[in-house]
Ligand binder design. Structure first.
Ligand code: ATP
Length: 238
C-alpha cells in the first residue's frame, strides 16, 4: 500500500522580525488525522511559526504545501478557506457574544450552513448554548477556551492549528481541553498544537521540539522519552 500523502508539509521555513531572524529552516509534516505537538520554551519561535503557516506573517524563505497545493503565496483568508483554522492564544473576541464569535468562525460558510454549524457547536459544548447571547468576556477561562475551539471548528477545517490552548488555564481545565481535543481527533480532524504544557503529550501522535527557531527533535512520545536531555527538560525527574 502506498503511504498516505501528508496533509501539511513545510520545508525550510525561515522568518524574521526586521533584521532579527527567528526561524531557521523549519520542516514539519502533519499526516491526515494526526495530532502533532510542537513543544518549545518561551521565545523558541512557536507563535511565529504558526503565524507564517496560517498567513498572518510572511515567511522569508521556505515552502508550505497543504493538501497537495503550494499555499505559501496565499492570503490568510484563502488558507482558511482551504481548510486551515487558527486559534490564537486569546482565541475569541471578548467584546462579542458567544453566538457572534461562532458566526465569525463560520463566516466562509453559507447562512444555512453557518446556522447548522453553530447548532453543531452548541451540541458539542452545551454550556455555550445556554450563554449564547452573553459576551465572551463573561465566560470563565475554561469556557472561553471551549468557545475558541468552537469558533475555530465552525470553519469546518481539515487542520486545526492552536497556539498554547493551555495558556491561562488551571490544571483542571487543561485536562478538560486535552480531553476535548482528543475527542476531535477521533472525529478525523488533524491538529497542530504549539504548547509548553506536556499534558498534551497524552493525545500527541508525534512531537516536534523547537529550540531557538530550529527543530531540535521529531518523533513519537516514546522516542522523546528515550532522549535524556529532553526527558530532563520536559518530563522533570521522570
Ligand atoms: P511564547 O511561548 O513566549 O509565545 P514562542 O515560542 O511562541 O514563545 P515567538 O513568540 O514566536 O516564540 O518568539 C520568537 C522570537 O521572536 C522571540 O525571541 C521573540 O522575542 C521574538 N519576537 C516575537 N514577536 C516579535 C515581534 N513582534 N517583534 C520583534 N520580535 C518578536
Amino acid at each position: 500500500m502506498l503511504a498516505e500523502a501528508p496533509l501539511l508539509s513545510t520545508r525550510g521555513i525561515e522568518a524574521r522580525y526586521g533584521r532579527m531572524q527567528v526561524l531557521w529552516g523549519v520542516d514539519i509534516d502533519v499526516q491526515p488525522r494526526e495530532t502533532i505537538l510542537l513543544l518549545g520554551a518561551n521565545g523558541a519561535g512557536k507563535t511565529t511559526f504558526l503565524k507564517t503557516l496560517v498567513g498572518l506573517m510572511p515567511a522569508s524563505a521556505g515552502s508550505i504545501n497543504f493538501a497537495g497545493e503550494d499555499i505559501a503565496h496565499l492570503r490568510a483568508d484563502r488558507r482558511m478557506r482551504r481548510g486551515i483554522a487558527y486559534m490564537s492564544e486569546l482565541g475569541v473576541f471578548p467584546d462579542l457574544t458567544i453566538e457572534e464569535n461562532i458566526r465569525i468562525g463560520a463566516q466562509a460558510l453559507s447562512t444555512t450552513a453557518a446556522r447548522e454549524k453553530a447548532d453543531e457547536m452548541y451540541g458539542l459544548f452545551p454550556v455555550l448554548r445556554e450563554k449564547r447571547d452573553g459576551l465572551a468576556s463573561s465566560l470563565s477561562g475554561g469556557q472561553r477556551k471551549m468557545l475558541g475551539i468552537a469558533k475555530a471548528l465552525a470553519a469546518d477545517p481539515r487542520l486545526l492549528v492552536m497556539d498554547e490552548p493551555s495558556a491561562g488555564l488551571s490544571p483542571l481545565f487543561v485536562g478538560e481541553v486535552v480531553r476535548t481535543l482528543g475527542a476531535l481527533r477521533v472525529g478525523g480532524l488533524s491538529l497542530l498544537i504549539a504548547e509548553q504544557n506536556i499534558g498534551f503529550l497524552d493525545i500527541a501522535t508525534r512531537v516536534y521540539v523547537l529550540e531557538g527557531g530550529r527543530i531540535r527533535f521529531s518523533g513519537t512520545v516514546a522516542d522523546m522519552s528515550g532522549d535524556e536531555d529532553l526527558r530532563r527538560a520536559y518530563f522533570g525527574l521522570k
